[in-house]
Ligand binder design. Structure first.
Ligand SMILES: Nc1ncnc2c1ncn2[C@@H]1O[C@H](COP(=O)(O)OP(=O)(O)O)[C@@H](O)[C@H]1O
Ligand SMILES: O=P(O)(O)O[C@H]1O[C@H](CO)[C@@H](O[C@H]2O[C@H](CO)[C@@H](O)[C@H](O)[C@H]2O)[C@H](O)[C@H]1O
Length: 447
């Protein structure tokens, strides 16, 4: 095994600068190497590495090795090891192309299995380029036909993204990208490859463009402005309802049960405890949040549970020419695997999407001077699209609005998660979930 110990100190500095690194708001302790596998020998070389950071998180790295780094890869430099430059290999298409070849040829290298799914029939010759978006993981697109997502934080156990894609594909779901390949070391799913949808637009980009149109025409209502999103929000609601039905069909569901409601509410309080300890700005909302959680318990709504997406928002849905497609069934990146693999209420996904409409409408106001007209427009856009989404969902599944206290508690619980997420990843956006909590509970900090 290549000795990477000379690189550990450098990785301690480099890791927190990566978008996908989960422990950004904590000091990184010692870094140790768990596994090193040489995937490509020679110049340039490619090694697959799993490192542990001191607080027990494991991360997957793809490290390129060259004696000299060309100018266009300089931004990817990590450090120097035995006279060779080490760098983030995801940016080097000369190296990433090997990954597709390994999957297409169903290969084993040093205990790692690169396998095609079913009769995928992959073309091994396409070159890979990284997806240019901020991500929790790293995705490579091959010739606009395949997309390989390499999970950065690796956790042993069943991978919900892979399991749920396989299950949905097996029942012919219209709303997923076809699974085409998997990379695993037997304990951990390291990556999954899917059909790439080149003509698809991201829901977040479409929704925020619609909000921008509305803001530019401050005197008009949402339905009077070009780029109204309500028709798409309705179809998205239908698609999410259909995916939930497909997941029930493929994997079953569990009966309604009051115990589950208590467990769900207890988990909301526990999450709040954790976030309060990290983010003092949330203190003033504690009482109102706990009251909303308890109201859901008191209403005693019975909770039907099943497999769900787990982290549904407008950045996880793509509008393809034939309809909405849901991606990334991994669940919340920071949640423990057991929780991400558990059966949960489908209202959780509905709540995630409702939060996202609120985000799309209000993120544009962050850091701006208060403008009453724009604030009213943002609320109007959010209400209109949230209703349209619920109408679409209710056309194919039980109407989520019939369980209003639980839905509200789940939305607030998601907003608490977002407070922690923004605090750790995008502090300048912390105001977005905090203002939503204030609006929903009638508290301070309302814009
Ligand atoms: N099948 C696909 N076709 C086209 N683009 C995709 C596809 N899957 C993912 N993407 C693009 O890659 C981005 C990241 O994918 P995602 O699975 O959400 O990764 P992460 O878990 O890192 O957030 C998405 O926002 C989308 O723009
Ligand atoms: O897409 P990921 O699985 O990485 O999800 C994480 O990052 C999301 C941001 O990229 C974050 O979503 C929050 O911001 C979105 C806008 O950027 C908004 O649409 C979502 O509603 C909001 O929750 C997500 O929470 C996090 O898990």
């Amino acid at each position: 095994m290549t000795d990477l110990s000379q690189l550990h100190e450098r990785l301690r500095e480099w890791l927190p600068g990566q978008r996908w690194f989960g422990a950004k708001n904590r000091a990184v302790g010692a870094v140790t190497t768990k596994q090193v596998v040489t995937l490509v020998e020679g110049e340039p070389g490619l090694v697959h590495v799993v490192v542990s950071v001191a607080d027990g998180e494991d991360y997957q790295l793809l490290i390129g090795l060259r004696t000299e780094l060309p100018e266009h890869l300089e931004h990817a430099r990590i450090g120097v090891l035995n006279g060779q430059v080490c760098y983030e290999a995801a940016f080097d298409s000369e190296l990433t192309s090997h990954l597709l070849g390994l999957i297409a040829e169903d290969s084993w290298v040093g205990g790692i299995h690169f396998a095609p799914e079913g009769d995928a029939g992959l073309d091994p010759e396409l070159r890979g380029r990284p997806v240019g978006v901020e991500q929790s993981n790293t995705s490579l697109v091959f010739g606009n036909r395949y997309i390989l997502k390499l999970f950065r934080r690796v956790v042993a156990g069943p991978n919900p993204d892979l399991q749920l894609h396989r299950a949905l594909y097996s029942v012919g779901s219209k709303h997923i990208a076809r699974p085409l390949g998997v990379v695993t070391d037997g304990f951990v799913v390291l990556g999954i490859m899917q059909e790439f949808l080149p003509a698809a637009a991201e829901g977040w980009a479409m929704a925020t463009a619609s909000v921008r149109d509305l803001m530019a025409e401050g005197d008009l209502h949402a339905e009077e402005v070009g780029g109204d999103f309500a028709g798409e929000a309705y179809r998205l609601g239908q698609a999410v309802g259909e995916v939930h039905a497909d997941l029930r069909r493929a994997l079953g569901e569990d009966r309604e049960d009051e115990r589950r409601l208590h467990e769900a509410v207890d988990a909301m309080h526990r999450r709040l405890d954790g976030v309060l300890a990290e983010v003092p700005e949330l203190d003033k909302h504690e009482q109102a949040l706990r009251a909303a959680f308890e109201q859901a318990r008191a209403e005693g709504t019975r909770v039907q549970v099943q497999y769900i997406h787990g982290d549904l928002h407008l950045g996880q849905v793509l509008r393809s020419p034939t309809g909405w497609v849901l991606i990334d069934f991994e669940g919340e990146p920071a949640a423990p695997l057991a929780e991400r693999n558990a059966l949960r209420s489908p209202l959780r996904d509905v709540a995630g999407m409702l939060r996202s409409f609120d985000y799309a409408a209000h993120q544009m106001l962050v850091g701006q001077e208060d403008d009453h007209q724009l604030t009213v427009r943002a609320l109007e856009w959010s209400d209109r699209n949230r209703e349209a989404f619920c109408d679409g969902y209710a056309g194919v599944a039980p109407d989520p609005r019939e369980q209003a206290p639980l839905l509200r508690a789940l939305e607030l619980d998601k907003a608490v998660y977002e407070v922690a997420y923004e605090h750790g990843n995008r502090p300048e956006w912390l105001a977005v979930p905090l203002a939503s909590i204030a609006r929903m509970t009638g508290g301070e900090d309302q814009p």
